[in-house]
Design a protein around this ligand. Structure first.
Ligand SMILES: Nc1ncnc2c1ncn2[C@@H]1O[C@H](COP(=O)(O)OP(=O)(O)OP(=O)(O)O)[C@@H](O)[C@H]1O
Ligand SMILES: [Mg+2]
Length: 264
């Protein structure tokens, strides 16, 4: 079976500076990857490469088995529609209401009539628990609310792959939890393949050790009794190179001094 995302020997330089150096990994369907690394290590650039927003100088970027590197902007569109990104800045259109922000992708693709559109917008806003804010403007929302609306805007087209760039960055711990719940909800209810950039290791551990309970509507501990779940990867970039790639256990017990420094 094809991986959801596979990178083979991907390198990218900006002018003379090498920002990604020979990156390879494969992420299976429904799996989650936490992308770790200090500021400037190449995390955001790597997400943009996965979406085809930046083209590597060499290597292959396979999405569901198809290499997107040689594709034209037009040919990229069908693949990109199957993916969603929540950008680091959350980037909402401040001049548009929450409704219009969330409806944007469907409107752009002429995918629905007005009644269906409203129904779908309400459905995703309910999913992120923001339906009450449908008429508001982004300026009226708190940071955590904006982040949730940004997620709603991305998931409206039911992406099979979600890329989150520092989704909890700058948020308080309680709000971080609500974002983690959403990421788990996408993972566990929609079986979405996820790449999550995070500076907060505790978010990665919270997500790997819990599952979303539809009944309790929150995270519950994933104990050994749960059915086998799709793998969770930890990948750490260092100056554009893969410094570590493995599962949670390997990561926690890694003897690598750089990883150890990150853990303490
Ligand atoms: N468009 C660009 N042109 C030139 N250099 C760039 C560009 N985008 C990123 N870079 C450089 O690439 C390197 C990696 O940047 P990137 O944004 O991926 O870091 P990051 O790991 O996401 O950091 P942070 O945790 O601060 O978000 C940095 O040195 C950055 O200055
Ligand atoms: Mg970044």
């Amino acid at each position: 079976m094809n991986s959801a995302i596979e990178l083979r020997n991907v390198s990218l330089s900006f002018e003379s500076k090498r920002v990604l150096n020979n990156i390879s990994f494969a992420l299976g369907e429904g799996e989650t990857m936490f992308l770790l690394g200090v500021t400037g290590s190449g995390k955001s650039v790597l997400l943009k490469v996965m979406l085809g927003l930046l083209k590597p100088d060499s290597g292959e970027v396979l999405i569901k088995g198809q290499d997107l590197v040689p594709l034209s902007e037009d040919d990229l569109q069908p693949l990109r529609r199957r993916m969603g990104i929540v950008f680091q800045e959350g980037a909402l259109f401040d001049s548009l209401s929450v409704f219009e922000n969330v409806a944007y992708r469907l409107r752009e693709e002429h995918l629905a009539d007005e009644a269906t559109l409203e129904q779908r917008v309400r459905e995703v806003l309910r999913f992120v628990e923001m339906e009450a804010a449908i008429e508001k403007s982004p300026a009226e929302l708190s940071g955590g609310m904006r982040r949730r609306v940004a997620i709603a805007r991305t998931i409206i087209s039911s992406p099979e792959i979600m890329l989150y760039d520092s989704p909890t960055g700058g948020l308080d711990p309680v709000t971080c939890l609500t974002i983690n719940v959403l990421i788990a909800k996408m993972r566990d209810l929609q079986h979405v393949t996820s790449v999550v950039v995070t500076q907060r290791l505790q978010d990665a551990y919270e997500l790997v050790n819990s599952v979303y309970s539809d009944e309790k509507q929150t995270l519950v501990p994933a104990n050994g009794a749960a059915p086998p779940r799709p793998a969770t990867h930890f990948l750490m970039l260092r100056d554009g190179e893969v410094n570590f790639h493995g599962n949670e256990q390997d990561f926690t017990h890694s003897p690598d001094p750089y990883v150890r420094k990150f853990l303490t």
